[in-house]
Design a binder for this molecule. Structure first.
Ligand code: ADP
Ligand code: 5GP
Length: 204
């Protein structure tokens, strides 16, 4: 059975960095490539970071009910296509989604056993430093992202796990610990347990 892992974080917390490292370390994990109406940024590659589409195409997909969840973030639309989940199940992979707080809430309603993880920078000052270090955004955008972070952080209680991204290696270790533990949750082990029990014959 495929597991669904949702990662959310205020922009600049280091989520993309952690996701990149995690995917390198966990071959059974597949990244959910979202659709977005925003323009590609920096080194982003179409089809890997996002599927970049026009607002018209996004609206058409929305009207056809093709999204598992979707949201408007910073004036752009983002959505997870239903086919992403279907292919992960078909391939026997676990799915990793990098989506915002609104998306997490929608997805938890549709897939209640999805596991959600909130990533935080150690402080506001460090978050600001990281946004500047990335130097992909204009000053006004940085200020908008910082203001949004203050609101997003208040939603941490909707998540199952919280990871403070101080050192990348340590944060990746924690993420892998969560993933490893969730994979062997009893409810997810039923398919493995049954054949083992059968070898012991009829059980009371
Ligand atoms: P996000 O995807 O959350 O917007 P990024 O992964 O783009 O954030 O990280 C923002 C900036 O912070 C990048 O320049 C990245 O290299 C840096 N960064 C990420 N994690 C750490 C960390 N633990 N320590 C120092 N710098 C980090
Ligand atoms: P960015 O433009 O910085 O890549 O992403 C902005 C925000 O949109 C981030 O919080 C990211 O997690 C979120 N996001 C990316 N894809 C999706 C998606 O498919 N659905 C939702 N709800 N949020 C998304």
């Amino acid at each position: 059975m495929s597991c669904v892992f949702i990662i959310s974080a205020p922009s600049g917390s280091g989520k993309s960095t952690l996701v990149r490292e995690l995917l390198r370390a966990e071959p059974k994990l597949v990244f959910s490539v979202s659709y977005t109406t925003r323009q590609p940024r920096g080194q982003e590659v179409a089809g890997e970071s996002y599927q970049y589409v026009s607002r018209e195409s996004f609206m058409e997909m929305l009207n056809r009910d093709e999204f598992l969840e979707w949201a408007e973030v910073f004036g752009n639309f983002y959505g997870t296509h239903r086919s992403v989940w279907d292919s992960a199940v078909e391939e026997g992979k676990d799915l990793l989604l990098d989506i915002d707080v609104q998306g997490e809430q929608q997805l938890k309603k549709k897939i209640p056993d999805a596991v959600s993880i909130f990533v935080l920078a150690p402080s506001r000052a460090i978050l600001e430093q990281r946004l500047r270090a990335r130097s992909e955004d204009a000053e006004a955008v940085i200020q908008r992202r910082l203001a949004a972070a203050a609101n997003e952080i208040r939603n941490y209680h909707a998540y199952d796990y919280v990871i403070v991204n101080d050192q990348v290696e340590e944060a990746v270790r924690s993420l892998r610990a969560v993933i490893g533990a969730e994979r062997v949750r009893r409810q997810r082990m039923e398919d493995r347990i049954r054949p083992i029990l059968e070898t012991f014959g009829e059980l009371e």
